[in-house]
Design a protein around this ligand. Structure first.
Ligand SMILES: [Zn+2]
Length: 78
């Protein structure tokens, strides 16, 4: 019987690496799309034609914000 409605979110931990747009103006970190060979955001932002690069989360997180798309870090990381 399922009486507990509080969902335990998967992926509470930040991944060790994330992807960011190569643009110097980009200030957002995205979760890496696990299905892609190249570093790409897991969210719909990946459809843009920008190049993305994989970076270590710990080094970038203090200076960047986390993407708020649900596919990335939406809601969990304010
Ligand atoms: Zn994203």
């Amino acid at each position: 019987m399922v009486g507990v409605s509080q969902a335990v979110p998967q992926g509470k931990e930040l991944p060790e690496t994330v992807v960011r747009n190569r643009s110097q103006y980009a200030k957002t970190l995205h979760r890496r799309d696990p299905d892609a060979d190249e570093p790409r955001p897991a969210c719909p932002t990946r459809k843009s034609e920008h190049d993305y690069t994989e970076v270590p989360t710990a080094a970038y997180r203090p200076h960047y914000k986390l993407c708020q798309n649900p596919e990335c870090f939406g809601g969990e990381w304010r």
